[in-house]
Design a protein around this ligand. Structure first.
Ligand code: ADP
Ligand code: MG
Ligand code: MG
Length: 888
């Protein structure tokens, strides 16, 4: 096994072994681009080191051999006193990760070689500047010295000299600073700064290995579900110097604008500086285009290299480069990050350029980006005052009056006000307020804080951790600098950018939604370009996907929107809303019925109403399948609240005018009261114990279908029985339903071809799916309930309570209600699919939980071989896109 690769030996596909940085440095080297020579120590070496606590025995020798080769090539030895070879030691895992060790530059400098470097460069200031940087970076990242100590000393030196920027310190100042830095190291690290260059290098390499296991890196990996055993590679790269005077410098560049995707010259350049200065923002950079007038030859060369890289990687690349006395060097490249809109545009631009095909274009975008493009946005043409900036925790554009507690949020929103709930951080007590608010703003907490997790779950706009904002809940106001926002003042919160504005910023609908709605968007060219790109990508996706996409929609209006968004049917029509509103009274009668006659009368009253609802729904989905689920929720949900009713009855009794109906109602409420309604009398259990209920619903469906048929419509109805745990339940309900359907067919003289199937949402149903398939023509996986029952926690109770803690501890990377838990819930789905199909090869299979619109879950459902996913109307485009990506 080989632990060290020269840059000439690797390539871009070896990211597992060489990390992202190392693989791409090798790729550029082999493309003949000017990369300073060097070598990469593999992730395998890191793994051995982490497992055994010691580097592999062969590593030292291999590093020595590669170092020797490098020295020979460069014509000087590492740290050689009269002319030192210097190197950088750079970490580089497969995925870039916050918390990993920073790069150490200028390794090889010592009290002796700094003199040689000065003589060779003919520049004493440069040599001492490089040396103080080494001690500072090495001290901080390898020896664990508090970085502030160096910063303070640097500040003091500038102050003593009366200058503000480090370039104004001369060689003598820097020499003094080096002395101070060395003393800081000795004091704070308890050891001297190592003068032996090889020791410097080896210590830095081990420090990179160790940084794999810092707490921050571990937490990040758990959250992002990056395996903990990948290890990091280490790159040793000969130094080139951007700090050798005005004909030197360093910069970053993009091959296209990462915001719009347009080709052009994008980047920043800083003269007379070393790499880390650009990122640190120590001095002001200039736009990359200005390099043309500073150093035309290097500029032209850079432009050519950028073109080479784009053509080679077939994607937007970002680049780090350095110019040393007019000579250009490439220090890093990778496929660059971009905004959601740019991702769509770049993908189609690359297809037009013939660089990628349509299948590849689909891999260049994703559903999360599409979802982001569908949120309404602030009209940035309008004037706005930025209040502050936090973490973009949950996208959207929300405007409302500032409120600082949950109670006020609820109160104001009940009276029709739009409010933004502003808290230092939220906790479960804020839930009502969060529901009532248009958006949520906190000054503390990150992407996994309570506010962020709950807001994302609710699809509510949220910015968290806006640290400049001082929230004073007692005085009901916030302050940012001199600006004070009182309760009731308008604020605007942009959950897509993390920005918070004072006042009302106008909101415009997303051009992408306008497009899906079939409305012409009267927007800028910019929006037209975006819409055109989305349109093309969607047609690629629709062209290749195998999964069909249906909507969860309960009424004709949602159904029509879903159809415009591309739904190929309804996968879940809940019937419970048909029992609400004015109909609640009829439901009460049904529940209170003492005799068969009373009950039949109540059902008979509900029948025509349900039937009318179904006719409308079937009409709006004419020609497409509609899955109607029979009544699912526990009956007490249709009755008054137990506490409220008890108080009302008690008051009435004390006045001696208790009303007969209320007393009966209270009795019924008590009887139906359950400790665990989620696991109580609901779903098919209702159909089995309340005579006539399901029969009435089936009759309404059948009569509606018959009527549509007679009107020359094409209703394709599927009747779905919820919460089945055993085939016997389904058989009983089915027998009754078949009977009712036959009756309606006979009475109307039409053949209805209604199919009957069930939800698979209990572990027992999944485990006995083979038997259940005998009585079901289709399965629809109810992954919300299945997740609840497999994990044994109720969604309503846990998301706001312990989920934040679980996410923080990395037990979940993401809520199992958001993305299907493949190993647990997913395994049950997979085995139920197999067992069901074994019994009934033409069994139709779908899923109708929230997961139907979740990108990662859609890929899973594609892979296990479902026929369709069903999701809320707004998620349909996302599901279509992801189904296409899964198949491409
Ligand atoms: P990061 O992953 O944080 O970007 P890098 O390893 O890329 O870390 O290095 C940090 C900075 O140092 C970058 O600006 C990089 O260009 C610069 N740098 C790294 N190695 C060298 C080198 N051998 N010569 C000159 N500059 C370097
Ligand atoms: Mg870098
Ligand atoms: Mg359910």
């Amino acid at each position: 096994q080989k632990f060290v690769y020269d840059f000439t030996e690797g390539n871009k596909d070896l990211k597992d072994l060489l990390g992202g940085k190392g693989a791409n440095l090798a790729e550029m080297t082999n493309l003949g681009l000017p990369v300073p020579p060097g070598f990469t120590i593999t992730t395998e070496a890191c793994k051995v080191y982490l497992d055994s606590g010691d580097e592999p025995a062969e590593l030292r020798g291999e590093v020595s051999a590669h170092l020797e080769a490098l020295e020979k090539r460069m014509g000087k030895n590492l740290g050689q006193a009269d002319d030192p070879l210097l190197v950088s030691v750079r970490s580089g895992a497969k995925f870039s990760m916050p918390g990993m060790m920073d790069t150490v530059l200028n390794i090889g400098l010592s009290d002796a070689s700094v003199v040689g470097l000065a003589a060779q460069a003919g520049d004493e200031r440069f040599a001492w500047d490089s040396y103080r940087r080494l001690i500072q970076m090495f001290g901080k990242t390898v020896l664990g010295v508090d970085g502030d100590l160096f910063e303070e000393a640097l500040e003091a030196a500038k102050e003593a000299k009366g200058v503000t920027v480090d370039v104004d310190l001369d060689a003598a100042d820097l020499k003094k600073l080096v002395q101070q830095f060395k003393e800081i190291v000795t004091r704070d690290a308890g050891r001297d700064f190592p003068q032996d260059p090889r020791e410097q290098m080896d210590l830095a390499i081990n420090a990179v290995f160790d940084s794999w296991n810092t707490d921050r890196a571990k937490l990040y990996r758990r959250q992002e579900r990056i395996p903990g055993d990948l290890g990091t590679a280490v790159n040793v790269c000969s130094m080139v110097f951007g700090n050798l005077g005005p004909d030197s410098g360093t910069g970053v560049a993009f091959t296209r604008d990462p915001a719009s995707g347009h080709q052009g010259v994008y980047g920043d350049y800083l003269q007379n500086a070393q790499g880390e200065d650009v990122v640190a923002g120590i001095r002001n950079t200039v736009a990359l285009a200005e390099l043309e007038s500073i150093d035309k030859a290097s500029y032209d060369q850079l432009m050519k290299i950028m073109e080479t890289l784009e053509t080679h990687y077939k994607d937007l690349c970002d680049i780090e480069f350095t110019i040393e006395r007019g000579q250009l060097w490439m220090l890093q490249t990778r496929v660059g990050k971009r905004t959601a809109g740019a991702a769509f545009r770049i993908a189609t631009q690359l297809v037009d350029q013939g660089l990628i095909d349509e299948a590849e274009a689909l891999q260049r975008v994703n559903g999360a980006q599409l979802a982001q493009l569908m949120f309404p946005r602030f009209d940035h043409g309008a004037a706005s005052v930025l209040l502050g900036r936090g973490i973009a925790a949950s996208p959207g554009a929300a405007v409302g009056k500032a409120v600082f507690d949950s109670y006020t949020a609820v109160k104001w929103s009940r009276s029709g006000e739009k409010v933004i709930l502003i808290r230092r951080e939220t906790n479960p007590d804020d839930l009502d307020g969060m529901i009532a608010a248009e958006g949520i703003l906190t000054s503390r907490g990150g992407k996994t804080s309570h506010a962020a997790v709950v807001a994302r779950g609710m699809g509510k706009t949220c910015v968290c951790g806006a640290e400049e904002i001082e929230v004073d809940t007692k005085r009901r106001r916030l302050t940012v600098g001199d600006t004070v926002v009182e309760e009731g003042d308008l604020v605007s919160v942009d959950g897509s950018t993390g920005k918070v504005y004072l006042g009302e910023v106008p909101v415009v609908p997303s051009p992408v939604v306008e497009y899906f709605e079939g409305r012409v968007h009267a927007g800028a060219d910019d929006a037209d370009e975006l819409v055109a790109a989305v349109h093309r990508i969607m047609s690629y996706a629709d062209g290749v996907r195998r999964l069909r996409v249906r909507a969860n929609a309960d009424n004709a209006e949602d159904a029509s929107r879903a159809r415009r968004f591309g739904a190929q049917g309804i996968g879940l029509c809940r019937t419970e809303h048909m029992f609400l509103g004015e109909r609640r009274e009829m439901v009460e009668k049904l529940i209170l019925a003492d005799t068969d006659d009373e009950r039949d009368a109540a059902l008979a009253a509900l029948l025509p109403l349900q039937k009318a609802d179904f006719i409308e729904l079937f009409e709006s989905m004419d020609g497409l399948p509609v899955t109607v689920r029979l009544l699912d929720p526990p009956l007490h949900e249709f009755l008054p609240d137990i506490t409220e009713l008890s108080v009302r009855v008690a008051l009435a009794e004390s006045r001696k005018d208790a009303n007969e109906n209320d007393l009966r109602l209270l009795q019924a409420v008590h009887k139906l009261h359950e400790q665990n309604p989620m696991l109580g009398l609901r779903g098919v259990r209702l159909g089995l114990v309340i005579p006539g209920l399901f029969a009435m619903q089936v009759r309404a469906i059948a009569e509606a279908a018959a009527q549509r048929k007679n009107a020359k419509g094409d209703p394709r109805v599927e009747i779905m029985i919820p919460l089945v745990g055993t085939v016997q339940e389904l058989e009983i309900v089915r027998e009754e339903a078949d009977h009712v359907i036959a009756e309606v067919e006979a009475a109307t003289g039409t053949e209805l071809r209604l199919s009957i199937g069930t939800m698979i949402e209990l572990p027992r149903a999944a485990l006995t799916a083979g038997q259940i398939a005998e009585a079901a023509e289709f399965f629809s996986f109810g992954t919300n309930d299945l997740t609840q029952t497999v994990w044994g926690f109720s969604r309503d109770d846990v998301e706001a309570s312990f989920f934040t803690a679980y996410l923080e501890k990395g037990i979940f990377g993401v809520s199992p209600f958001e993305t299907i838990d493949k190993d647990g819930v997913g395994a049950l789905v997979r085995s139920a699919v197999e067992a069901g199909r074994a019994t009934r090869p033409d069994l139709k299979l779908g899923i109708c939980g929230e997961h139907g619109g979740d990108p990662e879950s859609v890929h899973f459902f594609h892979e296990v071989g479902l026929d369709y996913v069903s999701c809320s109307p707004f998620r349909i485009p996302v599901a279509r896109l992801e189904a296409g990506r899964a198949a491409a």
